[in-house]
Design a protein around this ligand. Structure first.
Ligand SMILES: [Zn+2]
Length: 71
């Protein structure tokens, strides 16, 4: 429904490093948006949460801009 820009999210997520294994995660596009590939489950969970927050912020921004256009 929203035209989200995944590039900054991808950049930010892929710059993270696992404390446990020292590996970078990977953002893979899926039909619903994207999925995160990480070396271990705890790290992946952390990233899913982080990306979720980023998407929420972007969605709010887009909503605000859309509202401004309507008013
Ligand atoms: Zn790991």
């Amino acid at each position: 429904m929203f035209d989200l820009n995944y590039d900054p999210i991808k950049k930010e997520i892929e710059s993270e490093v696992c404390k446990e294994h020292g590996l970078h995660p990977e953002l893979v596009p899926t039909e619903e948006g994207f999925g995160i590939k990480a070396c271990c489950e705890p790290f992946r969970k952390e990233l899913v949460e982080k990306s979720g927050n980023m998407i929420e912020e972007q969605t709010k921004k887009i909503l605000n801009e859309t509202l401004k256009d309507l008013l």
